[in-house]
Design a protein around this ligand. Sequence first.
Ligand code: NAP
Length: 318
Amino acid sequence: MRLPVVVGFRLPEPVEREFQARLDARFLDVFPRDEGGLKAALDGAAALVVTPPIKADAWLFEHLPDSIKAIATYSVGLDHVDLAAARRRGLPVVHTPDVLTDAVAETAMLLLLSAMRRATESIVLIRSRQWQGWNPRQIIGQGLDGKTLGILGMGRIGRGIAARARAFGMAIAYSNRHRLPPTLDNGATFHDTPETLLPICDALVLACPLTPETRGFLNARRIALMKPSAAVVNIARGDVIVDDDLIAALAEGRLFAAGLDVFAGEPRIDARYFDLPNVFMLPHIGSSTIETRLAMGRAVIDGLIAVLSGSRPPNLVA
Ligand code: NAP
């Protein structure tokens, strides 16, 4: 018998077909946030699949029907899942590490190149039909070769970004709570505190999880440690940045540019970003490739089938 699973959102059609081929899957157009709606939507389901916009918070765990025996999130990030509440209900949680690393690392390079090469201004100029032709003074950006990339959060995605940035001639420095073994750091320089990393960066990529420790990490005090010529890239979570402080620094020339895929309060992002020509923005498309969407789907399906048959899949959250 195929496992009855409710996916709290819609997926690309080929991914939904894969769910339906291997599970008894139902997809919700709108995720209910009221008791009655939740009960009706999850009736008879053995597992629920969420994703970052669907907060798996204490309220949700309290109101899940008893039939639910496992939770999956269609993401590697877990900041929207109350893991303590899941533990209290005895529910295993699976997520999608590794399979999205390449797509997100590619997005980070898109953001980095676009910030350093002033892509927003270039796009506005050419699309406004006001471009007057090639001019050696127009839209002068900065190259990557020979520059230092600082990475906060040198995990799976951070290391994927480092590998790509090395191919562009960048030196890599990073800060984590723990130093990586030499087999994983590939010669990157470790900083045991971000305070020594920030002053040497020509560009900083935020690739850490959102946790109580990293919330509000990039604030005015830390921005003041950075070079005014540096760019900031965020593929982590919006709340790692204090928007007021980053926006002020970008507006006043205390930072060169920013490339942002994620935002505090998204999709209702701080409107001041739209007025800054030195900000290149994407609507949280870090992992949005068809290959990755399918691979994330398979990771969720495999993980749920494994936990619900009593084994420990590699993508079970510890
Ligand atoms: P990961 O392999 O767990 O890597 C996270 C890294 O962050 C680890 O190296 C960890 O090292 C470090 N870290 C954790 N807390 C830290 C702290 N307080 N200070 C400094 N470093 C810290 O996770 P991943 O697969 O690379 O994913 C990272 C994050 O990317 C996710 O959590 C998610 O929020 C985000 N993400 C975004 C998108 C997107 O669409 N934009 C897609 C996927 C993921 P230590 O434990 O040694 O500190």
